[in-house]
Ligand binder design. Structure first.
Ligand SMILES: Cc1cc2nc3c(=O)[nH]c(=O)nc-3n(C[C@H](O)[C@H](O)[C@H](O)COP(=O)(O)O)c2cc1C
Length: 308
């Protein structure tokens, strides 16, 4: 049984994962916090909290709201900044078997480039996930990701700055995500993460005010799974790089749906808030499925639902 995957087959460094299950950025800290709870080395990869050039305090509280089958968040990229990440977190990752991917976000192309350069040869980092899809910050973020031209521009600038495997994470709120995916791949992305959160809001009727301090937030969890699945189905058929499915994946069955739609790997996010070992449960569920169906290589399943 082989459930290993390569997320950067065209990159000289590759990005080989022992299995296709990753954690989604912002829902698994720096991995270190979860090492106490279960064997995180059994995961396919860990994507760390979104990191910016300078530390950020994030948005005003409240930042979270529960919704039917999901949640809204407006964290606003609260994080320790790139220098602290390099100094305090990466030394821990060096000894890990599980690859760690650093998620980066910037307000300008120069900020993305500067971070990519700083991370380029830091031991303990296996790849970058470029977030051009955050709905909760004013400058940058999703602004780059809603337009094919700007998405390609930031991607090619980062490509020139680093030889690390580069995954670009897209937003489902773009009018034509297929065009953006094509442009980003042409600009040098090794893989795509599909997708970040949808944009939404909630109102507290007693206070007669929006629940979130930021008014709007990103909707995640099972509520968005059909939307993300459809995007993966569409995009995976037109790009020649691995696609990572993300959005409402809580179980191995969910992960299999994304894989059959064309995803090479998946990320588990919100599910981890109610079950911190959700990603490991997905790994084990996938292993069981592969054995019970007599499949030799998980890659046999990638995109099978698209075949006629
Ligand atoms: C609390 C929270 C924080 C998040 N922070 C980030 C982030 O820093 N960078 C990023 O690219 N995505 C971030 N996301 C989006 C997730 O990585 C993921 O794309 C999204 O939640 C959809 O997957 P899910 O339904 O499995 O949670 C965040 C999501 C949540 C719920």
């Amino acid at each position: 049984m082989d459930i290993s995957v390569d997320l950067a087959p065209h990159n000289k460094y590759n990005l080989k994962l022992a299995n296709p299950v990753m954690t989604a950025s912002g829902t698994f800290g720096y991995g270190i916090e979860f090492a106490q709870l279960f064997d995180i080395q059994r995961l396919g990869a860990i994507v760390c909290k979104g990191t910016t050039l300078n530390p950020r305090e994030g948005n005003p509280q409240p930042r979270l709201a529960e919704t039917p089958s999901g949640m809204l968040n407006a964290i606003g990229l609260q994080n320790i900044g790139i220098e602290a990440l390099i100094k305090e977190k990466t030394p821990e990752w060096v000894g890990w078997k599980v690859p760690v991917i650093v998620n980066i976000a910037g307000e300008t192309i120069e900020e993305y480039v500067s971070m990519a350069k700083k991370l380029d040869s830091v031991p303990g980092i296996s790849g970058l996930e470029v977030n051009i899809s955050c709905p909760n910050v004013k400058g940058g973020g999703a602004e780059f990701g809603i337009n094919a031209e700007s998405a390609a521009k930031v991607t090619s600038a980062i490509r020139k700055a680093t030889s690390l495997p580069m995954i670009v994470k897209l937003t489902p709120i773009a009018a034509d995500i297929v065009a953006i995916a094509r442009a980003v791949v042409q600009a040098g992305a090794d893989a795509l993460t599909l997708t970040n959160t949808l944009k939404g809001m909630a109102i507290d009727v007693r206070r007669r005010r929006p629940v979130l301090g930021n008014i709007t937030g990103g909707l995640s969890g099972p509520a968005i799974k059909p939307v993300a699945l459809h995007i993966v189905y569409q995009v995976a058929s037109v790009v020649n790089v691995p696609v990572i499915g993300c959005g409402g994946i809580s179980t191995a069955r969910d992960a299999l749906e994304f894989i059959m739609a064309g995803a090479t790997a998946v990320e588990v996010g919100t599910a981890g808030f109610s079950n911190p070992r959700a990603a490991l449960d997905v790994v084990e569920g996938l292993e069981e499925f592969i054995v019970s169906e007599g499949i030799k290589d998980i890659r046999e399943l990638v995109g099978v639902a698209r075949r006629r």
